[in-house]
Design a protein around this ligand. Sequence first.
Ligand code: ZN
Length: 202
Amino acid sequence: MFYLFLILGIHLHAGAAATGNVPLTVPLDLIVLKNGAWGPETVYPHVERAQRIFARCGIRFAPVKIDYAEAPGFARRPPFDQELAEAVMPGHAKPALFFFDGAGSEAYGEDFSDSSPRKILEYTGWIASQINTPDYVKARHPAYDTVAHEIAHMLCNCGHTSPGLPNLLSGQAEFVNDEVTPQQCEQFRASPLVHREQSVGV
Ligand SMILES: [Zn+2]
């Protein structure tokens, strides 16, 4: 299978909402598949909501970069995701979020052995243009955000929380919202994806 990838680099500053002087940063690479489903105007509001949620843990996303990739015939199943990551990741940092047309958002932490060909997918998130079902849309808390949820999976290198606990990492439509527990904040802050800013003399 041959893909032609076209990468255009645009640095996104607008997404860096005023989050104060927080010392912990996570670089975010956003890769938007140019198949019509996503564009800057639909991607940025998600990132801004994620910025607000993670600011409560003292984490800021910076730098945030957005690129675009041509991926005709892409489908969210192996080997398409792996081939796309192999083609795109050399020019990007992790964590990386891929915005694709379809359903079924997902993120990978340290999920693969060193010998697995899918190792390249570690610390990538896949953001679907379609939400799973109309019922799911109806049940979800309006402050919930899929991008924040998938980033949370990567930062904690963990799955969903126990059933019935309302929070960002719930796996249940009626319990997902924008809340993060103090314990989750600690997990996020301890992630190897977090950069600790050097203090600079003023
Ligand atoms: Zn999840």
